[in-house]
Design a protein around this ligand. Structure first.
Ligand SMILES: Cc1cc2nc3c(=O)[nH]c(=O)nc-3n(C[C@H](O)[C@H](O)[C@H](O)COP(=O)(O)OP(=O)(O)OC[C@H]3O[C@@H](n4cnc5c(N)ncnc54)[C@H](O)[C@@H]3O)c2cc1C
Length: 444
């Protein structure tokens, strides 16, 4: 029973049951801590969304059974990088191993939740955490149940030693109330199409496709991934969801390079409406402080996405694993979970991903999205031409997908790629973009 009389109802509360929250739930319950995971939604309701889990993510989620085909629906061998004019293919077969796996997000999350329950964890669906009071002896959470038509919302209080804030891009108010910065917030839109598996393979030329197109978005790619009997396509933008819905309809129904993907669909593309899309907020660029007294912020809430591709499984998994390690150690030492005690979290996060792989990600984000005085993305086109021409460049990309020790990520590979991109720029751009490229050499 949940009461507010005890000093602690649980050791830890995890707010948010996305990938970040459930990995923390698993890690903490597995070591015998009493934990509650709370989500304002019911995350046990199935949905179809496939996510790329790169090989370099797995060291942060070593427990996950990589051969479970319900979770990892296919190996991810091929990525196509595209612009308006050029397409470039990176194929793991060229170097003998896949780039990663395509994971059904729902199944991935359920696996971690079920393990957490097995280890004695508690789940609370459809409760929003509306306030957190940090007290000397504990953290006190206020939970508001979902309001039903005939029943008033119920308020609960629970007391814990420390809180993991894994609220993604939709818990910003809570985050701000606790004095944390918020990352940049963008909107994402996704469409999911079911189709015959053989048609999906025939129609879609790669496991993942990233297309940078100035008329679609100046903040992210039009992306597509293929599962087995469905595929997802979407993009990210700073535009409002309503505008994005109308634009996305136009893209799906008219943009020629993608029309082949929709052949043989049961639901005809002409019959789509804006209500068929899934809208979600997402974040970009890490916040500075990710801990304060009795609180650790992880995953999207902390902006932990590799910015160029909005690759967030890595940030979710790494920050969940690191936060769990730190909390477990402090719990053993009967800490009061002060900001000072929790600083180790920041240090580990910086060394394991932020100062290496993510640092290079920030540079490439700036290079491809901000390096063009105006669209169209000249540097991106030069990158695609380099991929097509240079096997070593394709190999460096393959290494980046697969690197098992991101703490020692080979930055020199990215620098070399940068030089090749510069060489592939049109002559007229070489002069104007020279200072821009030199700046990156110094930063790295
Ligand atoms: C469409 C899309 C496709 C993507 N594809 C990929 C990909 O292929 N590969 C990749 O690496 N990354 C991908 N990303 C990014 C990646 O999925 C995210 O970075 C990652 O899933 C974030 O997980 P999270 O747990 O931090 O947040 P979320 O998954 O957003 O979970 C946050 C949870 O917190 C709950 N919550 C929020 N506030 C409260 C509150 N006050 N009380 C209770 N509950 C609350 C929400 O209901 C939600 O369930 C994609 C992102 C999007 C949007």
């Amino acid at each position: 029973m949940i009461t507010n009389e005890k000093i602690y109802d649980y050791d830890f509360a995890i707010i948010g049951a996305g990938i970040a929250g459930v990995i923390a739930f698993y890690n903490l319950t597995k070591e015998g801590c009493s934990c509650i995971i709370i989500d304002k939604k019911d995350r046990s309701i199935p949905y179809l969304l496939c996510k790329l889990v790169c090989e370099h993510d797995f060291p942060f989620m070593p427990e996950i059974p990589k051969n479970n085909v319900d979770i990892f629906v296919r190996d991810h061998w091929t990525s196509i990088y595209a612009s308006r004019n050029i397409e470039a293919l990176v194929d793991g077969k060229e170097f003998g191993a896949p780039l990663g796996k395509l994971a059904d997000e729902y199944q991935l999350i359920q696996w971690y939740l079920n393990k957490g329950i097995e280890y004695g964890g508690t789940i609370q669906w459809k409760h929003e955490v509306t306030g957190i009071k940090i007290l000397k002896e504990n953290a006190q959470l206020t939970l508001l149940s979902e309001k039903k038509t005939d029943i008033e919302a119920e308020v609960k209080k629970i007391n814990v030693k420390a809180v993991i804030l894994a609220t993604g891009a939709s818990g910003i108010q809570l985050q701000q109330d606790l004095g944390f910065q918020t990352p940049t917030i963008l909107n994402s839109i996704t469409a999911t199409f079911k189709n015959d598996p053989s048609l999906i393979m025939k129609n879609i030329p790669a496991d993942y496709i990233f297309r940078l197109h100035p008329q679609i978005s100046l903040e992210g790619m039009l992306w597509l991934n293929r599962a087995i009997d469905y595929f997802n396509i979407g993009y990210v933008s700073s535009e409002e969801p309503k505008e994005m819905g109308i634009k996305f309809l136009r893209i799906l129904q008219n943009y020629q390079p993608i029309q082949q993907y929709f052949k043989g669909l049961e639901k005809k593309i002409e019959t789509l409406t804006v209500k068929d899309f899934h809208y979600k907020k997402c974040t970009k660029y890490p916040i500075d402080a990710k801990v304060s007294d009795r609180v650790v912020v992880i995953g999207d809430a902390a902006g932990l996405l590799y910015p160029l591709y909005l690759e967030g499984v890595i940030g979710a998994a790494a920050s969940a694993k690191i936060a769990s390690e730190v909390l477990l150690e402090l719990n053993k030492n009967e800490s009061s979970f002060t900001t000072q005690d929790l600083r180790k979290n920041e240090k580990l996060l910086s060394t394991r991903i932020l100062n290496s792989y993510f640092k290079m990600g920030k540079i490439s984000d700036e290079m491809f999205f901000r390096g063009n005085e105006k669209p169209p993305f000249t540097i991106w086109d030069a990158y695609l031409n380099s991929i097509n021409e240079l096997q070593q460049l394709r190999k460096n990309i393959w290494i980046a997908y697969r690197c098992q020790d991101l703490e020692n990520y080979p930055e020199e590979n990215d620098l070399w790629c940068g030089e090749q991109i510069y060489k592939h720029l049109p002559l007229s751009k070489k002069v104007s973009l020279m200072p821009f490229f030199l700046k990156f050499k110094f930063i790295s």
